[in-house]
Design a protein around this ligand. Structure first.
Ligand code: GUN
Length: 285
């Protein structure tokens, strides 16, 4: 029976640390601010944006919401990003993805100042992550690393499998595990012998976006299983990429959905926004 890694608890600790530092900055007269941009009416995006604003309130970061209609043009959004880049109140800019189809997401990401890119999606920051020299860690992979650390799991020399190769999760996840000296395999929809590869892994990170995709027969006894998926079932319930009930009987550690990686992503966003504010103010400690 696996030990359950409680993301809510770890996220609360990270947010409490951020809050202490945000208050310390306030005493020096420095305010920290996050601009959150949402375009259109995607209900899941609305839920995420509300959670991000709530977390800002909890840690004492000012949040500035820009809710734009679905028909916003790419040029209008680029103009807003330009204004936020120049806005002294704003330390971090988060443009919630996905954007409506008529907007080129890469064009928007490229327009965000790398100094305010608290998602770490800009190619400059992606490059810095590759060489292991970064100010901002990508929020979801960084959250996963924090969960692994909180459980006291050593990664050096371990076989880690990341399922999924997205720019937001899979690719940066593999890089962070590599920085901790793990041996990393990235699997994806064209991988031929997924079950065989997975079932040898000490650590499995599932980021495929398919409900209950990872089953107990794919997992080694005692493995660490981290579930990044958030899928909505036809009955409205949330579930991850891992068949939690089956896999928890076999794994050594497992993260639940909800209450695992999700709260960590938001906590790490708060941490990045604080880091940006400190960098701007020239505060190193
Ligand atoms: N959409 C889903 N996850 C994310 C994220 O981490 N950041 C942004 N900006 N959009 C997302």
């Amino acid at each position: 029976m696996a030990e359950i890694i409680n993301g809510k608890e770890v996220a609360a600790r990270v947010k409490a640390e951020v809050r202490n530092e945000v208050l310390r900055l306030k005493e020096k007269g420095i305010d920290t601010g996050l601009a959150v941009v949402i375009v259109g009416n995607d209900p899941a995006s609305r839920v995420y944006v509300n959670s991000k604003k709530k977390a800002c309130e909890e840690v004492g970061i000012n949040s500035y919401e820009y809710a734009l209609p679905e028909e916003t043009t790419q040029d209008e959004l680029l103009k807003l990003v330009g204004e936020l880049n120049a806005d002294e109140r704003v330390d971090g800019i988060l443009v919630q993805l996905p954007l409506p189809k008529h907007i080129d997401e890469n064009a928007i990401i490229n327009a965000i100042s790398p100094q305010k890119d608290v998602d770490a999606f800009h190619p400059f920051n992606v490059g810095r992550i590759m060489i292991g020299e970064y100010n901002f860690l990508p929020c979801t992979p960084a959250g996963v690393m924090e969960l692994i650390k909180s459980a006291g799991i050593e990664l050096s020399g371990k076989d880690c499998v990341v399922i999924g190769r997205s720019n937001i999760v899979g690719k940066p996840m593999a890089m962070l595990l590599l920085h901790k000296n793990a041996t990393v395999t990235i699997c994806h929809s064209k991988t031929r012998n997924l079950k065989e590869i997975c079932s040898k892994a000490d650590v499995v990170v599932a980021a495929v976006g398919r409900a209950n995709f990872v089953t107990a027969d794919m997992v080694k006894d005692g493995a660490v299983v981290i579930d990044v998926g958030i899928n909505r079932l036809p009955d409205g319930k949330l579930c991850g990429d891992v068949d939690f009930e089956g896999v928890k009987e076999k794994a050594g550690y497992i993260t639940p959905v909800p209450g695992g990686v999700g709260p960590m992503t938001i906590a790490m966003l708060m941490k990045n926004t604080l880091a940006s504010s400190k960098l701007k103010a020239g505060i190193k400690d």
